[in-house]
Ligand binder design. Structure first.
Ligand code: COA
Length: 217
């Protein structure tokens, strides 16, 4: 299996209702989790991400959707049951999804580049990270640090139980397992011991994802 990163930007004109026909392809617990979201955009992000990772698993591991079952570690990191060699991680933000698949543990985080909130940086980042943002004076650098920190705790699998100021993503031993891609207005960071620097990020439209989902049953 090739390590890959997928980027899907959602089309705001496409209604959530168009996906209702795929709902039954998900287990009841996931359907209930999606139903609880207040806004259709969050329902869409969660539904598409879950269906698309199922599609990728079917394609890469030659499995049928019904044979796919996810479990979560005690911190909520999902993994595929019955195949310890397949790793994945999902991230969503309004209005895009990033998914990484790998033969090694992986953490992925995506954010849309907006105005940097330096109060967040002062509160959650450590001094070298803050200095990196302040010396570069661009919003992009704030989001680079943010997504790197998130990708790191998602790679580790313990999520936010790791205090965000307890590690420094500019420090060389951590930085060497991190890789950042900028695509349109989005920034994606990947954390993996696998070298992702030459890895191709596959950019997909919502229509092309819909085509893929038609192959799921
Ligand atoms: C849950 C968390 C792991 C990621 O949350 P997030 O950044 O809001 O959301 P993302 O879209 O990037 O990731 C969510 C997905 O990560 C996966 N995930 C959940 N827990 C995980 C964990 N412990 N480790 C790895 N992946 C995890 C799931 O697939 C989840 O998708 P789902 O909610 O549809 O099941 C956690 O780090 C968090 O809440 N972060 C927000 C903290 C923050 O405010 N940071 C700002 C300063 S850096």
């Amino acid at each position: 299996m090739k390590d890959k990163i997928y980027f899907i930007e959602l089309n705001e004109d496409k209604k959530y209702e168009e996906y209702k026909q795929y709902f039954s392809l998900l287990p009841l617990a996931k359907q209930q989790q999606i139903d609880k979201f207040r806004y259709d955009i969050d329902k869409k992000l969660s539904l598409i991400a879950d269906l698309f990772i199922r599609f990728l698993i079917c394609q890469n591991l030659n499995l049928h959707n019904k044979e796919i079952s996810f479990e979560k570690n005690s911190f909520g990191k999902p993994y595929l049951m019955g195949n310890a060699e397949f790793h994945f991680n999902i991230s969503h933000t309004r209005n895009a999804i990033a998914i990484g698949i790998s033969s090694n543990p992986i953490g992925v985080d995506i954010e849309k580049i907006k105005c940097a909130d330096l109060k967040i940086a002062e509160r959650f980042f450590c001094s070298n990270e803050l200095e990196y943002i302040q010396s570069n004076k661009q919003d992009r650098f704030f989001y680079e640090i943010w997504t790197k920190k998130e990708a790191y705790i998602k790679w580790d699998g313990r999520g936010l139980s790791i205090p965000l100021d307890s590690f420094d993503v500019t420090e060389s031993t951590i930085d060497k397992i991190l890789h950042t891609i900028t695509i349109h207005d989005y920034i994606i960071s990947i954390c993996s011991r696998q070298d992702f620097s030459g890895t191709w990020c596959m950019e997909l439209t919502e229509d092309s994802v819909l085509d893929c989902l038609q192959k799921l049953s």
